[in-house]
Design a protein around this ligand. Structure first.
Ligand code: BTN
Length: 244
């Protein structure tokens, strides 16, 4: 893609390292990748176990979007990641997506994504899209089933996956920036949505709610239908499939 890449053997977190570059004054897109992470960051303050052999990559973007459009960026990256996993090596079935941006195959989670934004000076917000993919191994004992791409017949080399992702993510960001913009990305995301029209469980803070997964709105928020037919729009939450 032509985006500069900074690869490290070991980092605390590629997200943290990418944001640190912006704090030091870097003002262009930048990939930070690593063989392993000591304190990989997961969603909701959790840790992301980061053994060698998997992909740990963060793309730093400078002012990619106004704050209200950030959820869209996560869906852009999710579509790009699904394309990259498939381009790097065919799996037993197409890569599905779980809202907002997890790759799912055979009902198992293959990847995690964490977007973080930080104001680095008066005029600049640095945003990082952090992507972890289980390539050779998957952590066990989590609240959801996991798998690796290689165990499903797909890519077994994180470098091959990175090369694909570098291309698909740059392409998807272009697609988002021009023409129909988010409308196209939303459609591509929905084509891969796992469980559309069926029940989902969503954890919102301490509450767990269940509803039928109806749609994504034009901001990329999740639309859930309660038993009494009322629709609610969810901007942030942890989604589980009922059989998890
Ligand atoms: C999740 O909890 O599902 C999101 C996990 C995101 C992990 C990736 S690994 C590369 C990047 N650096 C981090 O510290 N976290 C993200």
């Amino acid at each position: 893609s032509g985006i500069r890449r900074d690869h490290r053997a070991l980092v605390d977190s590629t997200n943290a390292a990418a944001l640190a570059e912006a704090r030091k004054g870097w003002r262009a897109p930048l990939w930070v990748t690593a063989d392993r992470q000591e304190v990989g960051r997961g969603r909701q303050g959790r840790r992301w176990v980061s053994e060698p052999g998997n992909l740990y990559a963060s793309l730093l973007l400078i002012d990619p979007a106004p704050p209200h459009a950030l959820p869209q960026l996560g869906l852009v990256a999710a579509v790009a990641l699904a394309r990259a996993i498939e381009a790097a090596g065919p799996l037993s079935e197409p890569v599905g997506l779980k809202w907002p941006n997890d790759a799912i195959v055979a009902g198992k989670k293959l990847s995690g994504m964490l977007l973080e934004a930080e104001v680095v000076d008066d005029h600049t917000t640095a945003t990082v899209i952090g992507i972890g993919v289980n390539v050779v191994s998957a952590p066990e004992g989590l609240a959801y089933p996991t798998a690796s791409t290689s165990a499903l017949g797909g890519v077994a080399d994180p470098e091959v996956l990175f090369a694909a992702l570098d291309v698909t993510l740059a392409d998807a960001l272009d697609e988002w920036a021009r023409g129909e913009g988010f409308a196209d990305i939303r459609r591509h995301w929905l084509e891969r949505a796992v469980g559309l029209g069926g029940p989902l469980k969503v954890r919102l803070g301490d509450d767990m709610i269940t509803g039928i997964f109806r749609d994504l709105d034009t901001n990329g928020h999740l639309i859930l239908e309660a038993e009494d037919g009322t629709l609610s729009t969810i901007a942030a939450g942890d989604v589980f499939f009922p059989d998890w």
